[in-house]
Write a protein that binds this ligand. Structure first.
Ligand code: HEC
Length: 202
């Protein structure tokens, strides 16, 4: 019996330690975080686009967490400053991602603001990046003979539209592109340390 009690106590202590380091401490550290001053809440179209981003598995190949200079050359890759907790205020669930099969997309809206580019790239990534291994998303588009009122025709590079037809974006594709265009976290955070280093001459 004594051994069972030891085992049970050991298990409870391990569980309590794990819960406090993985749940309680992070909660206490982050519960006071306010949205970054330059961060805008998502519009309803962007929120729908975010759903498409999740549904289509973009998160499995793209991260949204540029790292600090000390950890990775993400700023040299053009992915932006290291992200901070306040950047993710409106993200639930967060889409940090763990894989970087493709580039980090935390600032894709600043790097690539063109809706035409995004729509075309989703329809056929290889039309823009030869040899790209990103999948195409043909079901986010309709192939039509001619445009009807209100249709958003995708301007593809020559030779990529089906012969004699046009490619029209579905509402899902348009929402997804609005979400991607909104991914812009290039506003400054933490002005205090910058002022400090400016005065100390570093
Ligand atoms: C199998 C992995 C994979 C998946 C899934 C994937 N991508 Fe990509 N993506 C890539 C790769 C690789 C590149 C770089 C080559 C290119 O530009 O096509 C890329 C490039 C991009 C770029 C251009 C980035 C830049 O810096 O120029 C955007 C935007 C993008 N992907 C969005 C998406 C979206 C939105 C989805 C989901 C609908 C998605 N990707 C799904 C692999 C993937």
């Amino acid at each position: 019996m004594e051994n069972e009690i030891k085992l049970l106590t050991g298990a409870m202590v391990t569980l309590a330690l794990a819960t406090s380091t993985l749940v309680v401490v992070p909660y206490l550290q982050l519960s006071h975080v306010k949205p970054a001053a330059g961060l805008k809440p998502y519009t309803s179209a962007q929120l729908r686009g975010r759903e498409q981003y999740i549904r289509n598995g973009c998160v499995y190949c793209h991260s949204q967490q540029p790292r600090d200079k000390a950890q990775a050359p993400d700023d040299k890759r053009g992915w932006g400053r290291a992200s901070v907790a306040a950047d993710y205020y409106y993200d639930s669930p967060h889409l940090l991602g763990t894989m970087r099969t493709g580039p980090d997309l935390f600032n894709i809206g600043a790097r690539q603001p063109s809706a035409d580019w995004h729509l075309g790239h989703l329809y056929q990534p290889r039309a823009y990046t030869p040899g790209s291994i990103m999948p195409s998303y043909p079901y986010l588009f309709e192939i039509k003979k001619e445009a009807e009122t209100g249709d958003r025709v995708v301007n593809l590079p020559p030779g990529y539209a089906p012969p004699g037809k046009i490619v029209v974006a579905t509402p899902e594709a348009l929402d997804l592109v609005q979400y991607l265009q909104g991914l812009d976290h290039t506003y400054p955070v933490f002005d205090a340390p910058a002022t400090k280093s400016a005065t100390s001459g570093k």
